[in-house]
Every structure is written in structure tokens, then in C-alpha cells.
Ligand binder design. Structure first.
Ligand code: FAD
Ligand code: FO1
Length: 497
């Protein structure tokens, strides 16, 4: 069944991935398989699922599939995500009486099984351009019964990726106009979500969150959770609009000036963990920011450029470029200039381990690496310098890209995201950038160096800031370790005897 035209969601935002054959005499329930947009508020996929369920006069449920492994995610990312999902379950069941199911294993098994078991007629999914997600969907389309329809809703981008452009865009310059032309239709207020007409018959669905979180954080202990960024939709909205330290309420005015100063950690919005896990809607952030345009036009324009144009350009790249995370995904000019300089002498050559342990001769780079490893989020300006130095200090652009993506995905709370693949490709392969004056190793790829950073900000201050930051984190970790040992009744004094 097609996405009916009078649905509460703009037609262009939903795609029919599979038309159910003539629906069975009595249509079954609707399932929203949530994975990228993990939120109750301002979620077009959820709005569409409830709307379709009301049209069919059937109940609706939400399901999430927890994979055993996802792009190298460890305690830091899984703990954040699961705590956010626990809050989500509480809210959606309480405010909308919609049941939330959590499966473990492979979505290509658990989702079709659930549909079959409940005789569901419609599967609604949200959207991600990443290849793993697209492969899962292809497989699920093959496995579900004929009568099941599948609708995909781009709830992540303000302008759905397939509406903004039907091709790979060269850069912000080419996509900006296309996105801006569509904003009047897509940057709209959200309908208020009400409980669905038909209630799901109660089934025992107890989710043992404590055990799930315990297991995920123990298995992924190598990259411990961060303490500065509270997970969940409530904390996400606080980060955006909170009276104490909200970005739009208290920190917007310095955004244009401070955002390129790594010493001003508060200079950025701090929204990326929440946007990555879908715990806040970019569209909601844009609607709120736009209200402040009169007061801070430049800061709002700069923020919207990043939040809408840059962020949605990343989805465009990952959606239309299958090789979005390898040298094959670079433009010809970039690949040939990098190849022409691949055998240039490197002043330093470091292995992945040396880089991971911040053991280079560059104290500024080491500080940025340590900020990422221990704090889980490197300042946006330093991310460019950090990645470009990896190109300069490894034996080939391929190796540089692999190492940058590996480290970014492993340690960043906002990693495993189209923004990350594009961030690394921009830095190392000049994607969405132009060519610059040719030089050794970089060829025509934009160059950044220590001297350039010194001109821009207080480099020694940043190095000292990170040293203090990491010292504090290690001390707190030591204290909690001490706590847990004393709790276990192990007498610390005897430990060293
Ligand atoms: P703000 O400046 O407050 O930006 C607000 C939002 O706008 C961000 O959350 C993000 O969604 C978007 N945005 C900002 N800058 C960019 C950009 N350059 N490209 C795309 N979207 C942008 N961003 C990630 O979300 N995940 C990553 O893994 C990631 N890896 C990166 C790796 C490299 C090498 C580089 C150069 C950039 C990377 N970025 C990544 C983009 C950018 O650095 C971060 O989005 C930003 O620093 C996140 O912090 P913030 O939300 O406080 O930033
Ligand atoms: N989505 C899921 O549906 N199941 C998962 O187990 C899962 C783990 C996960 C770990 C780290 C991370 O950064 C994202 C994760 N996602 C998971 C989120 C989701 O898949 C996002 O859609 C992807 O990041 C693609 O955009």
C-alpha cells in the first residue's frame, strides 16, 4: 500500500521500498524499526508510523535491534545509546502507550521474525546512507511476506537526501542552493503526536536495561564511557535550550568567533552526540535557531550552514558515493595528486599504534589525540589538523584514511557517522574542497600546519588545557576504581605488598 497522500508527513519525505501485495482481509499492525532517529519528539518516521496505523485502524509498535558489533562501537558509544533508549522506552510507553521492543542479534533475522509473528502489514524504517544499513534493508525486503509494505522515512535530514539532489554534489556551494530552495516545504513545524487510536495488546516485554548496559560497557571497556555528556532526549534539549548552559540560550553569540578556537570547548554547540544518535532532531534545532536570527544573524547563519548544509552534504556524499570511506571515493584530481606524491619523503612516519598512543613529535597533535581518546570529542577545528597530519605522517593516503577513520570511529562519541567519513575524506582527499598550491606529500590537498595553528589560537594554552582535562579524567577514573575496590572489600593497603 502506497504512502497515502494525506499522511501527516510531507510526501517527499517517505519512500515506498516495497509495495505489499493486496493487503490481507484484515490488515495487521504497523512496526517502526528505529535505528538512526532514536527519539520520541520531532521524529517523522514515528509520526508516519502512527499516522498509517490510524489510517488502517491497527496498533503500532517500535522496535530497535541491538547488533553484537557496529563499526567498532565500544562502551562509550553503546552505553550512551542504551541509556538514551531506556529513557525513550519509558517516555513512549507512558505518553503514547506505544510498546517498545528491543531485539539482540541481526536485524535481518529479528525484524522479519517480528513482522511474521504479529502478522504486521507495514514496516516503517528511518533512513541512513551507510552501506551496512542499506544492505540490511535489501535483505529484509526479500525476507518479509508478500503482503508486507515497507516505507522509508528520512527523519534525519531536514530536506530528504533524495529530494535535495539526485546526484553526488561537488560541495557546499552546489548543494546549498538546492537545499535552500526546498526549505520552505521541509523546514516546517512538527505535528503534535497523539496516542494511536488502536492500542497494542499488552505483551510481556520486560527489557533488562541494567544487564544490557552492564554487558555492553564491560565488553567495550577499552573505550570507557564519558561523564560530561548526559545521554537521552531530555539532556539533548537541555544542551540546545537549557537555561544554565544551553547553546541557543547562553552560548550562541560567540559561535561565529569562538567556533574555531579549540580552547573554547563551549564555543561549539556540543550537539553532535545527540544528532548522531538521533536523540534530537536537526529540524527542531534549526527551527529554534531561526527564531534568534534577528538577535544574532551571523551566529545563526553560521550555525545553520553547519547544521543544514554541511551535515546534509555528508549524507549526500555517503548516499551517492558507494566508496564514501576510501580513496576510490575521492575525485580524480585528488586521487591523482595524492598518487603523484605518494612516494615523497615523509619527515616522520608513525604506525597506527604510535598515533593511537599520541607518541608523535608534535605536542599539538598529541593533545588533540588525547582529547579524543579520553574526552571522546575533539574540537572541530583540531579534527581537520589531526586528520591532515595523519596524511603527512603515514606511508600512503590509503593508510592515512584507514587510520583516521579507525581512530575517529573508535574514540569519538559522534563517530560512525556520515559526517565522520566526509570529515576524513575532506581532510585527506579534498572531498568538497578545492585544489591548493601543490606541495610535497599533500600535492594539491589543502595543507595545515603547526605555524598556521599558532597564528589562529593559543597552541600552548590548548596543550595545557588538554593535559589538565586528561589528568582530571584519569584521577576520577582512579577514584572510581578505588571506590569499587573498597566496595569489594579489597584492602588497598595490602594490594602492593
Ligand atoms: P557545531 O559546530 O556546534 O555543529 C553543529 C552540528 O553541525 C554538528 O553536530 C554537525 O551535525 C554539524 N556540523 C558541524 N560541522 C560539520 C562538518 N564539518 N561537517 C558536517 N557536519 C558538521 N562530525 C560528526 O558528527 N561525527 C564525526 O565523526 C565527525 N568526524 C569528523 C572528522 C574530521 C576529520 C573532521 C574534519 C570533521 C568531523 N566531523 C564529524 C564534523 C565536525 O567536526 C563535527 O560535526 C563537530 O565538531 C561536532 O561538534 P558540535 O556539534 O559541537 O559542532
Ligand atoms: N543502530 C542500531 O539499530 N543498532 C545498534 O546496535 C546500533 C549500534 C550503534 C553503535 C554506535 C553508533 O555510533 C551507532 C549505532 N547505531 C545502532 C545507530 C544507527 O545505526 C545509525 O543509524 C548509524 O550510525 C548509521 O547512521
Amino acid at each position: 500500500m502506497a504512502a497515502s497522500s494525506s499522511t501527516a508527513v510531507q510526501l517527499g519525505r517517505t519512500r515506498v521500498l516495497k509495495h505489499g501485495s493486496s493487503s490481507p482481509s484484515k490488515p495487521g499492525p504497523v512496526l517502526y524499526w528505529m535505528f538512526r532517529d532514536q527519539r520520541l519528539r520531532d521524529n517523522w518516521a514515528l509520526i508516519h508510523a502512527v499516522d498509517q496505523a490510524n489510517r488502517l485502524n491497527v496498533p503500532v509498535a517500535v522496535a530497535f535491534n541491538l547488533f553484537d558489533q557496529f563499526l567498532g562501537a565500544k562502551a562509550r558509544q553503546l552505553g550512551f545509546m542504551l541509556r538514551g533508549l531506556r529513557q525513550f522506552q519509558g517516555e513512549i510507553e507512558q505518553t503514547l502507550q506505544i510498546p517498545f521492543f528491543l531485539f539482540q542479534g541481526e536485524a535481518i533475522d529479528t525484524i522479519p521474525n517480528f513482522l511474521q509473528e504479529h502478522g504486521a502489514s507495514l514496516l516503517v524504517t528511518d533512513f541512513s546512507p551507510l552501506r551496512q544499513v542499506r544492505e540490511w534493508k535489501e535483505e529484509i525486503i526479500k525476507r518479509v511476506p508478500d503482503y508486507v509494505s515497507i516505507h522509508e522515512v528520512d527523519a534525519h535530514n531536514i530536506v530528504p537526501v533524495w529530494v535535495a539532489s539526485n546526484k553526488l554534489e561537488y560541495g557546499a556551494r552546489t548543494i546549498r542552493r538546492k537545499i535552500n530552495n526546498e526549505l520552505p516545504d521541509y523546514l516546517t513545524e512538527f505535528p503534535v503526536l497523539k496516542p494511536p487510536i488502536k492500542k497494542w495488546v499488552a505483551t510481556n516485554r520486560h527489557i533488562d536495561w541494567e544487564t544490557l548496559i552492564e554487558n555492553a560497557t564491560r565488553k567495550g571497556a577499552e573505550v570507557p564511557e564519558i561523564g560530561w555528556c548526559e545521554p537521552g532526549e531530555v539532556a539533548a534539549r537541555e544542551t540546545l535550550m537549557g537555561n544554565k548552559n544551553g547553546f541557543l540560550t547562553t552560548r550562541l553569540k560567540n559561535y561565529s568567533t569562538d567556533r574555531n578556537n579549540p580552547l573554547k570547548a563551549n564555543g561549539l554547540s556540543g550537539l553532535s552526540p545527540y544528532l548522531h544518535f538521533g536523540q534530537i532532531s536537526a529540524q527542531h534545532c534549526a527551527l529554534e535557531a531561526r527564531k534568534l536570527h534577528k538577535v544574532n544573524p551571523q551566529a545563526v547563519d553560521t550555525f545553520l550552514e553547519e547544521l543544514i548544509v554541511r551535515r546534509e552534504l555528508s549524507d549526500n556524499f555517503c548516499y551517492y558515493q558507494p566508496n564514501y570511506d576510501s580513496l576510490e571515493g575521492a575525485w580524480d584530481w585528488a586521487r591523482s595528486t595524492l598518487m603523484a606524491h605518494a612516494s615523497d619523503k615523509r619527515e616522520h612516519l608513525y604506525t597506527k599504534e604510535q598515533l593511537e598512543k599520541a607518541q608523535t613529535a608534535d605536542l599539538l597533535w598529541n593533545a588533540s589525540q588525547l582529547e579524543m581518546v579520553h574526552h571522546g570529542k575533539m574540537h572541530g577545528f583540531m579534527r581537520m589538523y589531526w586528520a591532515k597530519k595523519i596524511l603527512e605522517w603515514t606511508s600512503s593516503p590509503q593508510e592515512a584514511l584507514e587510520i583516521a577513520i579507525y581512530l575517529n570511529d573508535k574514540y569519538h562519541i559522534d563517530g560512525r557517522d556520515p559526517n565522520g567519513y566526509v570529515g576524513c575524506m575532506w581532510s585527506i582527499c579534498g572531498v568538497h574542497d578545492q585544489g591548493w598550491k601543490e606541495r610535497p606529500v599533500f600535492g594539491k590537498i589543502r595543507y595545515m600546519n603547526y605555524a598556521g595553528c599558532k597564528r589562529k589560537f593559543d597552541v600552548d594554552g590548548y596543550i595545557a588545557y588538554v593535559k589538565k582535562l586528561v589528568g582530571g579524567i584519569k584521577k576520577r577514573k582512579g577514584e572510581t576504581l578505588l571506590d569499587s575496590k573498597t566496595k569489594q572489600g579489597i584492602n588497598i593497603q595490602n594490594l602492593h605488598k
